[in-house]
Ligand binder design. Structure first.
Ligand code: AGP
Length: 368
């Protein structure tokens, strides 16, 4: 039996709705009058941060996907190599770390055992550690050298939504902070990007105003067997996240792939029972993603596009579209994920499932 929460039928829909505020609160107060960024609890000196040669991001599930998104901004803005790994893999692979490595653990709860052990082993090896967590005083927040809190408020639904967006926001702030310190961007560029970041909460609100349209699309997809989410660059982690949400709360076979990998195997799975959801924000790789869409359409897939405007000349009559506002390309995952969350939520409720309580899953995994 599902709960009524504040006019919403479940926590997940309430938390999806709270996303603009979660991001706004996470960004607020981190930039002073002079445009200088400040972080929460940073027991690493600015001198130490300037010497960082490599960033390693670890996390699980949705938190890992947020880290994957941030990698693009860290490499592009800070020009520092970034590795990303699943926490449970990182700890057993004898990683190469040093005092000039910054290991960033991303964890909503701050209690996920695999991420906690990854961070503590990194710390023991002499690397600097930073955690992005939504829970003040969580185990990881107490253990790491530095903490950057997301201010999303408590997340109850097992499927993460608002904390994903807040984690990306916090990590983008970290990237801009490091770019400012290392002078890989001019102060004026940092300010310009902060302005672009501050525009994202409103873009999420605009996306949320389209929920009814997104649900009409989701309704047309109810009869399909399998979902393949594809994207390039920052669209790739969005694809992984879209597939994870759908798996978690609807048990529908779903996969996320880099769009360019399709022809190396997965395209063999495409038939009339498959839906391909392509994340194609405006930007350098827009045409490339649409070319990959042509390939799956030719094999009979039902195509759904996540785009900033109707792609005239690139659509077939039975394609469906999730329209989302355009923001800076590196920030687009925070907007593009919204229709995918709605797709998963709608499908779950339409099938009589409880989106807040997926089978076999716990909100926080404190065992290995
Ligand atoms: C998200 O929808 C999942 N329930 C799950 O992947 C989650 O993100 C993961 O277990 C990590 O949790 P954490 O952020 O609390 O460390």
């Amino acid at each position: 039996s599902r709960v009524e929460v504040g006019g919403f039928s479940d926590f997940m829909s309430k938390e999806i709705d709270e996303q603009p505020r979660s991001l706004r609160d996470t960004l607020a107060g981190r930039v002073d009058q002079e445009g200088r960024i400040s972080l929460d609890e940073l027991n690493i000196t600015q001198e130490e941060l300037k010497t960082i040669q490599k960033v390693v991001i670890v996390g699980c599930g949705t938190s890992l996907h947020a880290g994957m998104v941030a990698r693009y901004a860290l490499e592009h803005f800070v020009r520092v190599p970034v590795e990303i790994d699943v926490s449970s893999e990182f700890r057993y692979r004898d990683p190469v770390l040093s005092p000039t490595t910054l290991v960033v653990g991303v964890s909503q709860s701050g209690e996920t055992l695999d991420t906690m052990v990854a961070l503590s082993e990194a710390k023991a090896s002499g690397a600097k550690t930073l955690v992005v967590s939504n829970v003040v005083g969580s185990s990881m927040a107490r253990m790491a050298d530095a903490v950057l809190y997301t201010r999303a408020g408590p997340e109850i639904s097992v499927a993460s939504t608002k904390t994903f967006i807040a984690q990306i926001g916090a990590l983008e702030i970290l990237a801009l902070y490091l770019a400012d310190l290392k002078r890989t961007l001019y102060p004026s560029e940092v300010n310009e990007l902060i302005g672009r970041l501050n525009a994202v909460p409103e873009a999420i609100s605009v996306a949320l105003s389209q929920i009814k349209e997104y649900e009409r699309v989701a309704q047309r997809l109810l009869g399909y067997d399998r979902f393949y989410f594809i994207g390039r660059n920052v669209g790739y982690p969005v694809a992984l996240e879209g597939a994870l949400k759908l798996k978690e709360i609807t048990y529908t076979p779903s996969e996320g792939y880099p769009a360019g990998e399709l022809k190396h195997g997965p395209i063999a799975m495409i038939d009339e029972q498959a839906v391909v959801v392509a994340i194609a924000p405006k930007g350098a790789l827009y045409e490339k993603v649409l070319a990959n869409v042509e390939e799956v359409r030719a094999r009979g897939a039902k195509v759904v596009l996540v785009v900033n405007e109707m792609p005239a000349g690139h659509m077939a009559s039975d394609d469906d579209v999730f329209l989302v506002p355009q923001v800076h390309q590196l920030f687009s995952p925070m907007v593009d994920v919204v229709p995918l969350q709605v797709l998963a939520h709608y499908t779950s409720v339409a099938r009589g499932l409880d989106p807040d309580r997926p089978r076999n899953l716990a909100k926080t995994v404190t065992v290995e």
